[in-house]
Design a protein around this ligand. Structure first.
Ligand code: DAH
Length: 365
């Protein structure tokens, strides 16, 4: 028995010495000390056939050997753990001093840049920033703006008509402004201007009221350097008691100064829009060619930028506001055109072409 135990002691020492991984160590541990089939346990079991004296003697020795092997295994485990951790660190090693890979940063669309600037400007003047549906009803796009179905003004704003009814938006409730009666939901079209938001805003907020509504508009139009089927406008509306053309001109001047940060040459001439009376065309001298004439200003040296006027009484009525008590002014800024002037862009088609070489020129966010 003693011989066998001593042999186990030797074998265990030799076997553990050779082991190089934690997995192998685990296997060896089971083989040596395992309860079921472990070698030591098998020997302990055979002790029961011996005399009392021998049991004591060999039992003690067996215990000693067990403790010895356990200690050897623990030591080995620590050693292997250390080695394996070191190896893992070596394998995963990275040089933190190397320059990183810079993620590509997006940039704002030039129209957004200018739009946000204008929103800030108007917010400082006490204007609300409103949104409206791009899929609009015939009623808000034309009727409520004093353009009945027989009116020739409709011909100048041909658009895309759509079958079906307006669906109320759950995600964006402010787009549901004014969706009430059946009539308002039928005869759908892609809005030709942002002016319908005027009536929606008046119906919802009443007077007094100051609001702007930037957004996309659509026309059925052949595109060229200065025409597109999709572009952006920024509508403005102010309704209060005793609003006059003086208020209109004062706000327009503040607006233009805010936009161009310098004096630009302007001219005001009468303009006809059914929803304002009187109506004006505010033109600025073409900043692309400096007034000499180019494709953007159609060789005239002037660019129509800010049609405006005093809100027609019929439009106030459509907005449930009494024209005897309140008056207002409105304007429809050609946002896309303004951006062209601001950055010297000579082709409107670039805005929607999705060409990164163009879009990346306007600065990161
Ligand atoms: N909605 C007009 C258009 O797109 C522009 C316009 C003209 C808007 C006069 C106004 C305005 O608010 O007063 O052609």
């Amino acid at each position: 028995m003693r011989k066998q135990l001593e042999q186990l002691r030797r074998e265990a020492g030799e076997a553990l010495d050779k082991i190089k991984s934690l997995i192998d160590l685990e296997k060896a541990e089971i083989k040596l000390l395992g309860r079921k089939d472990g070698k030591l346990n098998a020997m302990l079991k055979s002790l029961k056939n011996l005399s009392e004296k021998e049991k004591k003697q060999f039992g003690k020795l067996a215990n000693e050997i067990k403790n010895e092997i356990t200690a050897l295994i623990a030591e080995k485990r620590l050693d292997l753990e250390k080695k394996e951790t070191l190896k893992a660190v070596e394998e995963d090693w990275i040089d933190v001093t190397l320059p990183g890979i810079k993620p590509k940063q997006g940039s704002l669309h030039p129209v957004s840049i200018v739009q946000y600037e204008l929103e800030d400007l108007f917010r400082s003047l006490g204007f609300m920033i409103l949104d409206g549906p791009e899929l609009e009803s015939d009623y808000y796009n034309f009727e409520a703006l004093n353009i009945p179905s027989h009116h020739p003004a409709r011909d100048t704003q041909d658009t895309f008509y759509i079958k079906g009814k307006i669906q109320k938006s759950k995600a964006c409730p402010e787009r549901n402004r004014g969706i009430k009666s059946k009539e308002n939901q039928e005869r759908l079209l892609l809005r030709t201007h942002t002016s319908p938001v005027q009536v929606r805003a008046m119906q919802e907020f009443g007077a007094p009221l100051r609001a702007i509504a930037p957004g996309r508009v659509f026309r059925y139009e052949a595109s060229d350097a200065s025409h597109e089927n999709t572009f952006c406008q920024l509508e403005g509306l102010m309704v209060e008691k005793n609003i006059s053309i003086c208020n209109l001109i004062a706000v327009m001047k503040t607006l233009l100064k805010g936009i161009f940060k310098r004096d630009v040459k302007i001219r005001l001439r009468p303009g006809y829009f059914p929803f304002v009376e009187p109506g004006f065309e505010l033109d600025i001298e073409c900043l692309i060619c400096g007034g000499r004439g180019c494709s953007v200003c159609k060789q005239s040296g002037w660019v129509e930028l800010l049609p405006c006027g005093l809100v027609h009484p019929n439009v106030l009525r459509a907005g449930h506001i009494d024209p005897e008590k309140f008056s207002g002014f409105a304007f429809g800024l050609g946002l896309t055109r303004l951006v062209m002037m601001r950055y010297g862009i000579n082709d409107i088609r670039l805005f929607n072409a999705g060409d990164l070489r163009f879009l990346e020129q306007f600065g990161a966010i």
